[in-house]
Design a protein around this ligand. Structure first.
Ligand code: FEO
Ligand code: CA
Ligand code: CA
Ligand code: CA
Length: 621
């Protein structure tokens, strides 16, 4: 993706700098991590809790569906023929010989069949109005919401993270407001109704629930910050839009959560402007990422006094009802404002909802939100469980323990710097700096696995100069995956952690991967790993499946040249998995024409794959 290469965390949170453990050699850490992997979950520090998990709690399958009690006894979780390293590159995808895929909803697909379509013709582009009725670009996080619990019919909600001007507009910069609107309408979220025909092929069908949500769609705020002056502009414009929708989550009550990541890059300044401390910490700059929206749309112009605070309206998690096409998307301010990669929602002790969230920037943090009460009871009384609760940030100690530090104005460390809780939430990064949270190697997706383990991909950090226990490589160009287990069934403030895999260890083997990003754990203990970055061993970006018990990894799928593989969702029967190719060929038709036939000259388009096992088995098996 368009990574924000800056380091905006200038705080001195280097909790391990002064401790002896910082000198633990990389070799020792690697050796111990490999031992831990080989031994499954049982680690020196987490051993007791793991035993408890095995003895009693097991894994609570999400949201009340059936428990698979004996997941840890299963063998041979990975039965498929892997894609070989030597085969995993080129202009078209490669899939395990035991699997097959179908392409659906490429950029430009009409939301309603019969609507305006864009097919990748390099000599034309959709109009802004047409784009607002089509699937956007930058396919990323997504979720399949079944209709009547069916595995062949449902709503697919999908994020459109970003689209370079060269890809969307066919030029480097917008030349008119119409160009800006086209770019804005290519971003956001699509909700489409899809159905599988008797021949096994999925298609988009007419729907009164389908819709596009983009940068100009009316939205509303909820939670502690909703009515705060920090979210108001003197222009008096109502809140609109969502942007840079990266990964996602979904709630037990059936809604979609879309996460605003690199929102800073869409703002720029056409006149005099000096960044505030908060703007600097969130990475705002005069030219942003070069989208040029500020030149035609003053809402994105940081130098326009009347639109001051518009930038505070982005960087949130947004709740969308996929079954109600008229619902106004809600920005849930209690979850804090940062570069939200994604959110893994689970139900913890007392029926509280617990949200695990990464802030994807070098040296930024991992957060968790715990609802104030039982989610069913809160909803019964007309409250959103995402509006009231506590927000924490993670501190990883070198000895394999950790703490969740609450971001509350009641903490004396925050009282001097922030006026109220709304400021703490709006400037969550700054508050986390004050508390001494652990700066991580770009936290991307989180997922909750059997045994109440939470996994988080740390995609890479080429600028790390000092290793610590949780980020043991300096520099860390290829990333790793960390996991932890909280006390009190996700709601406690202590945890134990270890490192599941270090990508560098896989290089030169058939398990080779780098830059883990999208991850998802199934109920049997498989961990799906998707990549976003330059892979070693000449591989394209890819999706692999790991057995979390044995540490075995197999490659299920490789994408096309210069794309990223991201987004994971499955049908309720676990027989179809949907994933995405984002920015195939980086939008360059001389690299690939995918998903059009090679040689057609068509512009490559972001698209979704519906993947099934040829023998009808569970995906990943
Ligand atoms: Fe949007 Fe951090 O990937
Ligand atoms: Ca991306
Ligand atoms: Ca990502
Ligand atoms: Ca990434």
């Amino acid at each position: 993706m368009v990574n924000d290469n800056k380091i905006t965390n200038k705080s001195k949170n280097r909790p391990f700098r002064d401790v002896l453990q910082a000198r633990i050699s990389r070799r020792n850490l690697l050796a111990s991590s490999m031992m831990l992997t080989a031994a499954g979950f049982v680690t020196a520090v987490a051993g007791n809790q793991v035993q408890q998990a095995v003895a009693g709690t097991g894994h609570r399958r999400k949201f009340g569906s059936h428990k698979r009690k004996y997941w840890w006894r299963r063998r041979d979780l990975l039965g498929f023929e892997p894609v070989k390293v030597a085969d995993g590159n080129g202009p078209v995808p490669v899939i395990s010989s035991d699997y097959e895929y179908q392409v659906l909803i490429p950029w430009g697909t009409p939301i309603q069949p019969g609507g305006p379509e864009y097919d990748g013709d390099p000599h034309t582009r959709p109009t802004a109005d047409e784009q607002a009725e089509q699937v956007g670009i930058g396919h990323d996080g997504m979720h399949f919401f079944p209709i009547r619990r069916q595995s062949d019919h449902g709503m697919l909600a999908i994020n459109h993270e970003f689209g370079r001007n060269s890809h969307v507009l066919g030029k480097d910069a917008p030349e008119s407001l119409e160009d800006v609107r086209l770019s804005q309408h290519a971003h956001g979220v699509s909700v489409v109704e899809i159905k599988r025909r008797f021949n096994g092929r999925w298609r988009v069908i007419q729907s009164n629930k389908a819709r596009r949500i983009h940068v100009n769609t009316p939205v509303t705020f909820s939670g502690p910050v909703a009515d705060h002056p920090l979210l108001q502009t003197s222009a008096g414009n109502a809140p609109r839009g969502t942007v840079n929708n990266c990964a996602n989550g979904y709630t037990p009550w059936g809604t979609y959560l879309t996460c605003e990541e690199n929102f800073n890059g869409y703002f720029g300044a056409t006149g005099d402007w000096t960044a505030t401390e908060a703007q600097e910490r969130y990475g705002f700059s005069e030219s942003g990422f070069g989208y040029g929206w500020e030149n035609f749309d003053p809402r994105f112009d940081l130098s326009k006094a009347e639109y001051q605070n518009e930038e505070n309206r982005f960087g949130w998690i947004v709740e969308i009802d996929p079954m109600d096409g008229s619902q106004t998307p809600v920005k849930r301010s209690a979850l804090g404002r940062f570069k939200h990669e994604g959110v893994a929602v689970t139900v913890g002790h007392g029926g509280r909802v617990v949200c695990y969230m990464g802030d994807d920037q070098r040296f930024d943090y991992i957060y968790k939100f715990v609802s104030a009460g039982n989610w069913r009871r809160m909803r019964f009384f007309g409250k959103s469980p995402l509006d009231e609760g506590k927000l924490y940030v993670a501190k990883f100690n070198d000895d394999g323990t950790g703490e969740w530090l609450e971001l509350t104005i009641d903490n004396p460390l925050l009282r001097d710097k922030f006026k109220d809780q709304s400021e703490v939430l709006t400037y969550a990064r700054l508050a986390a700096d004050e508390l001494g949270a652990t700066p991580m190697d770009r936290p991307e997706w989180t997922t909750v696995a059997p045994g109440e383990y939470v996994y988080c991909s740390l995609t890479n950090n080429s600028r790390r100069t000092e290793a610590d226990g949780a980020n043991p490589l300096a520099p860390n160009p290829d990333g790793h995956i960390i996991r932890w287990r909280d006390t009190k069934h996700h709601v406690g403030t202590d945890f134990t952690w270890d490192i599941f895999v270090i990508a560098e260890d896989t290089h030169g083997t058939e398990q080779s991967f780098s830059d883990p990003d999208g991850i998802w754990a199934d109920h049997d203990g498989r961990l799906f790993i998707q990549t976003d970055g330059t892979q070693k061993d000449s591989l394209n970006n890819q999706m692999l499946v790991a057995d979390t018990k044995t540490g075995e990894i197999r490659r299920l799928f490789t994408g096309v040249t210069d794309d990223e593989i991201t987004g994971i969702t499955v049908t309720p029967d676990l027989r179809t998995i949907f994933i995405n190719s984002q920015h195939p060929g980086n939008g360059d038709p001389t690299v690939t024409n995918f998903p059009a036939e090679q040689g057609t000259g068509k512009i490559p388009r972001d698209c979704t794959f519906a993947i099934v096992r040829k023998n009808g088995g569970i995906v990943g098996s």
